[in-house]
Every structure is written in structure tokens, then in C-alpha cells.
Ligand binder design. Structure first.
Ligand SMILES: NC(=O)c1ccc[n+]([C@@H]2O[C@H](COP(=O)([O-])OP(=O)(O)OC[C@H]3O[C@@H](n4cnc5c(N)ncnc54)[C@H](OP(=O)(O)O)[C@@H]3O)[C@@H](O)[C@H]2O)c1
Length: 315
């Protein structure tokens, strides 16, 4: 007889009475799914699981016997996985641009699952246009989703991770959190922004046993490209670097070498890595571009060393 209750101490599964909020599907008593030994498996919370990296991550974790609290904007997109893995998959409806909803759903997931080992802040998309081309509303939504949404997922998870004595967070950033392509200005603003937040918060929460890793894939084959949001172009940019990138991406000549499954496998492996990696840069494109970017920045910094050292107060 399967124990359907979850207890953080012994790993049994417990769905508290009255906790069946409409947005969450609890363990399915009718599914007959055997629970893998919880001492050997992990519990994950993931945002943006309807497609791409989030979906593949959810599939692979379920396949290896882990439990997943998967959140997504479109309820039903994971129905096939729920039918297959019922008892180990919970779903919560969540648009990460809704700050209040982020906290509510994260709280519910911890309350219901008892312990979550790894939180993956993955949901995101790109505004594809020169900085001048985007509308005010498009800018706000891009920042609310990728930056404020990610900050809020981390903030909502921290009190629970502290209370349980630690845990891991994987924040999906991008190579575009360290380098920049023209025509992706607002996207880079969000990814560089979340990198700064994580750099500081990782130091704040390390004493609580909480480790945060920035995942930095290069261009990877998911639905990301098909979902680019493009403001009306300004013709003046046609013959500029922004226009070149626009043509390469829309014309299909922009190289996309990343294998989403391999990216996900590296993310899963990183959750066990010790010490906690601050960054996980993935793909040959990301490795090359981030390396070139860092070297160029270091050279530029060294090139203005004398100016930097000249502006301290006189001894
Ligand atoms: N693919 C790449 O080349 C690449 C490279 C570097 C980093 N990344 C990052 O990887 C992450 C995942 O992207 P992907 O490549 O897997 O693309 P994807 O296939 O388009 O998946 C993106 C996911 O994010 C969700 N999402 C978007 N906005 C959301 C919101 N406001 N609230 C909740 N969910 C939202 C989407 O849900 P819906 O189905 O509801 O739209 C979808 O599930 C993103 O953070 C992206 O910036 C991707």
C-alpha cells in the first residue's frame, strides 16, 4: 500500500487535507505510481515548464524518479506528464510577472510538498529589437517577467530554504548575462540584472546552506526563437549592427548550436556539484563569447588602470 502523505523527515508523501488549491494537482491516488525511495531522489520547483528547457527538465526529472512542482501559464500543457507520472508531478498555474502570485504559488508548493531541494527559476522570453524600438509596455513586461519575476521567485523561496536548512537555486540566465548582441538590448538588461542580483544574494544566503547557480546557455534549440517579441522596426537601424542581427535571426542564419537536452542534463548534474558553481556556462558559443567578452573587459579595465587609481582621496 502506498503512503500518500509526505513527511519531510521520513520522505513519506502527505497531501494535507484542505490544501488542494485549484491551481495545484496533488499526488494522484488513482495513478498507481510507485514512489521512488525519497532518500535517493530530489524534489524540484520549476517555472516556465510548458516548453523548452523547463519542459525537458520536468520530463527528465520525472523519468529518473524525482518529484517536480512544475509551474506554467497554460494549465493543461503538462497533462500528458501528469497522466504518466501523476503522483510525482504537481502543477501550479503561474505567470511570473505577477509578483503576488509568485509568492502564493511558491508558498503552496512548499506547504504541500514539505521540502523542495532545488528551485529552478527558468521562465523567460526575449524582446527582439533595438532599445529605441520597444514600446514602454513591452519594456515593462520584459523586465517584470525576466528580472522582477526571477527576483521574486528567489525571494519567495528563500524563507522556506532557510527554514529547511538549505537548498539549491538554479537561475536560468544566459550567455547574454555576460555579453550582449545588438537588437537584444532589453533582454540583456534583464539577464545582466539578474546576474547582479544573484551575485549579491548568493553571498547573503550562503551562511544558510543555500547555493545559487547562474545557468548561462548559449543559443539553444527550444521555442525561444519562435517566441521572440518584435516591436515595429525603425528603418534607420536597417544598415546597423542591430539590423544585421535582426536579419540573421529572422533569416535563419544566426547559428543555434545548443542541444536543449544536453543543457538540461548539465543543469541536473550541477545541482549535485560541490562547491556550488556560481555559473554554469553551456555551449561552445557561450563559452567562446563569454570568454572573449571577459578578456576584452579585463583588457579595457587594465587600459584605464591609471585613471582608476588616480581618483582616490589624497593620502
Ligand atoms: N533557447 C535559448 O537560446 C536560450 C539561451 C539562453 C537562455 N535562455 C533562457 O532559457 C529560459 C527558458 O527558455 P527556453 O529557451 O526554454 O524558451 P521557450 O521554449 O520559449 O520556453 C520559455 C518558457 O518560459 C515561459 N514563460 C515566458 N514568460 C512567462 C511568464 N511571464 N510567466 C511564466 N512563464 C513564462 C513560457 O511559457 P508560455 O508557454 O506560457 O509562453 C515557456 O514555458 C529563459 O529564461 C531564456 O531566457 C534560452
Amino acid at each position: 500500500m502506498l503512503d500518500r502523505r509526505y513527511n519531510a523527515t521520513n520522505g513519506a508523501v502527505h497531501l494535507p487535507a484542505g490544501n488542494a488549491a485549484p491551481a495545484l494537482n496533488g499526488p494522484d491516488a488513482a495513478s498507481g505510481v510507485e514512489w521512488k525511495d525519497p532518500t535517493m531522489s530530489k524534489t524540484w520547483f520549476i517555472t516556465g515548464t510548458s516548453s523548452g528547457l523547463g519542459r525537458i527538465l520536468t520530463e527528465r526529472l520525472l523519468a529518473r524518479g524525482d518529484r517536480v512542482a512544475a509551474t506554467l501559464r497554460r494549465p493543461g500543457a503538462l497533462d500528458d506528464l501528469a497522466a504518466q507520472h501523476g503522483g510525482r508531478l504537481w502543477t501550479g498555474t503561474l505567470d511570473v510577472a505577477d509578483m503576488a502570485a509568485v509568492r502564493t504559488v511558491v508558498d503552496r508548493a512548499f506547504a504541500t510538498l514539505g521540502r523542495i531541494d532545488v528551485v529552478v527559476s527558468n521562465a523567460g522570453y526575449a524582446l527582439f529589437g533595438a532599445g529605441e524600438e520597444a514600446s514602454d509596455d513591452q519594456i515593462r513586461h520584459q523586465i517584470d517577467t525576466n528580472l522582477v519575476g526571477s527576483i521574486q521567485v528567489i525571494r519567495a523561496a528563500l524563507p522556506h530554504l532557510r527554514a529547511q536548512g538549505g537548498g539549491r537555486i538554479l537561475q536560468v540566465s544566459s550567455e547574454g548575462g555576460q555579453i550582449a548582441y545588438p537588437n537584444f538590448s532589453l533582454y540583456h538588461a534583464t539577464k545582466w540584472g539578474i546576474e547582479g542580483f544573484v551575485e549579491a544574494v548568493a553571498q547573503e544566503v550562503a551562511p544558510f546552506g543555500i547555493g545559487i547557480t547562474l545557468v548561462e546557455p548559449g543559443p539553444t534549440r527550444t521555442n525561444f526563437g519562435a517566441r521572440l517579441v518584435s516591436p515595429p522596426p525603425i528603418a534607420a537601424y536597417d544598415d546597423t549592427p542591430a539590423g544585421e542581427v535582426r536579419r540573421a535571426v529572422t533569416g535563419g542564419s544566426f547559428p543555434i548550436l545548443g542541444d536543449a537536452g544536453k543543457v538540461v542534463d548539465a543543469m541536473i548534474a550541477s545541482a549535485d556539484a560541490s562547491p556550488v558553481p556560481r555559473r554554469l556556462t553551456l555551449g561552445s558559443q557561450a563559452y567562446a563569447s563569454v570568454r572573449a567578452g571577459l578578456l576584452a573587459r579585463l583588457a579595457a579595465l587594465d587600459g584605464q588602470r591609471e585613471v582608476a587609481l588616480s581618483t582616490d582621496v589624497d593620502a
